[in-house]
Design a protein around this ligand. Structure first.
Ligand code: BG6
Length: 511
């Protein structure tokens, strides 16, 4: 058990939300020796401790199948922070944070494990002289989610007199609508919805939350934010990395399940939702669900006209030759798993009807960039001479989620000189220069929000199902079309087939 390990380091330009008190909490991580825990969760805990944002009394219990002592777990946790933390750790803070951790080894269906967890939790309560809140973090392979949920219920760990019990569930939440429904039913037979925190780490990103700030804290956008002024929307989540060592997971998922069903549909709902009455869990999620429900699920016949898939072939990324997806280690021969997916969707409501919303994501594309580009309609009449105003383009508002986080707006401006010549220029806001601070990692915000019991940035059960409702028919239709899939060279802009989705004279933006 640790007490608040550091003095907060105030930055006047960063809002002090994280310094609101959080009730004393014990965090139990299932899968505590896995990749996610090492790379993201443990470093996030360190950075929260560094900021003084953890609750005054905070305790950590790790569980995984491998045998390990408390001391070895502690060493592993400290090593993970040293390797993956966004800031170099201060050894004093690090030692204090992990000074008294517990590790319970054993498999996720073994009741003995849950007995061990209960003992550790009681011990921490005793030391603190009060019942700490419990937060169970399921950071395991998805097939264990129902196993752990059932075991928590069976071992009466889902309720605790005098304390709040919460469960954080990683993605993917099911592999289909049917599986998501089944998992929701299992989870909600043990926990109440307000105890459940389904992670979509994109919602923890500063720039994703800024979509709401931009739209709802500024009056200038609202009058334009509709079908009368917006010509099309493009949401891109491009990555230059391949699948690395994740073939086992990735080949059963593919780009559509891995990124579109969750992260990209979240970006779309934030961009298209109506203003919520309050920035609170239910009002925000009510509005997002309405958007998702306004996207009609395509029929099997409609799928080829609105969705394109492809796989990366060999190529060159950042000066390095890289293999094709089919030659990556662990990918089954002849796999038809897509590493690229593009969709054209439409939100059928008064605000958005008729506006194409293009989504695309892929591994091994030219560079990593996540952005939302909103292209406005062209001016109705161009009064300037055509030869000097050739370059005038419709305004584009680009919200860059990563890297170079910020917002830019392209506008037509007069080129200095004696002629009335016009060209597009960018008005830009960059996070790095405007706030002079490094943004916290998404997991820092999400872990602390879950401990606080604030579910605004988590996905509700009906929202997850509405997301699957859009994606399921595409997955179904694709499963009936035999391979091989179209290939795109690694390091490229993606497959030319994606152009077929574009309406009128719309163009994909350069990645
Ligand atoms: C994860 C996907 O959810 O998001 C990964 O499983 C992907 O395949 C990652 O690489 C991208 O996240 P970020 O934060 O790097 O954009």
């Amino acid at each position: 058990m640790t007490t608040a390990p550091t003095q907060p380091e105030p930055n006047p330009l960063v809002e002090g939300l994280e310094r609101l008190p959080v009730h004393p909490t014990s965090l139990v991580i299932f899968g505590a020796t896995g990749d996610l825990a090492k790379r993201k969760l443990l470093p996030a805990l360190y950075n929260l401790a560094h900021e003084g944002a953890l609750p005054e009394r905070f305790a950590l219990v790790g569980n995984a199948r491998s045998e390990m002592s408390d001391e070895e777990f502690r060493e592993m946790a400290m090593e993970s922070v040293r390797e993956f933390s966004r800031r170099a750790p201060r050894e004093k803070v690090l030692e204090k944070l992990f000074s008294d951790v517990r590790y319970v080894s054993g498999s996720f269906d073994d009741d003995v494990v849950y007995g061990g967890i209960r003992d550790a939790l009681s011990e921490f309560d005793e030391i603190a002289g009060l019942t700490l809140n419990r937060c169970f973090y399921l950071s395991t392979a998805p097939m264990f989610f129902p196993v752990i949920i059932d075991a928590l219920g069976r071992n009466t760990l889902a309720r605790e007199a005098g304390a709040e019990v919460r469960v954080i569930i990683e993605k993917p939440f099911g592999r289909s609508l049917a599986e998501a429904r089944e998992l929701n039913a299992r989870v909600l037979s043990v926990f109440q919805e307000q105890q459940v925190f389904r992670i979509d780490h994109y919602l923890g990103k500063e720039t994703v939350q800024n979509v709401l700030a931009l739209r709802f804290a500024n009056n200038m956008f609202e009058p334009l934010w509709n079908r009368n002024y917006i010509d099309n929307v493009q949401i891109t989540a491009a990555e230059d990395i391949g699948i690395g060592t994740r073939a086992g997971y990735y080949d059963t998922a593919g780009a559509l399940r891995d990124l579109v069903q969750n992260h990209m549909l979240q970006l779309l709902s934030l961009l298209c939702m109506e203003p919520p009455v309050a920035f609170e869990a239910d009002p925000v999620r009510d509005e997002k669900v309405k958007v998702l429900r306004a996207i009609r699920a395509p029929t099997a016949e409609e799928v080829p006209g609105m969705a394109v898939r492809a796989q990366y072939g060999p190529g060159n990324v950042a000066g390095q030759d890289v293999p094709a997806y089919l030659d990556e280690q662990g990918v089954p021969e002849g796999s038809t798993t897509e590493t690229y997916a593009a969709l054209r969707l439409e939100v059928h409501n008064w605000r958005w009807a008729g506006v194409p919303i293009y989504l695309r994501t892929g591994k091994r594309l030219a560079r990593k960039v996540t952005e939302i580009a909103v292209t406005l309609k062209p001016v109705p009449h161009m009064a300037f001479q055509s030869e000097t105003s050739m370059d005038i383009k419709p305004n584009v508002l680009v919200l860059t989620v990563q890297p170079n986080e910020g917002v830019s707006l392209s506008i037509g401006a007069k080129i200095p000189g004696t002629r009335m010549a016009i060209r597009p220029v960018n008005m830009e806001f960059l996070y790095g220069t405007a706030f002079l601070s490094e943004s916290p990692e998404a997991y820092e915000r999400l872990i602390i929000d879950a401990m606080r019991g604030d579910a605004t940035l988590f996905t509700r059960n009906d929202e997850v199902e509405a997301q699957w409702n859009i994606i399921d028919p595409v997955i179904q239709a694709w499963s009936h079309i035999p391979g091989p899939l179209p290939q795109y060279p690694s390091g490229s802009q993606g497959p030319p087939e994606a152009d077929q989705l574009l309406l009128d004279d719309d163009r994909w933006r350069m990645i």
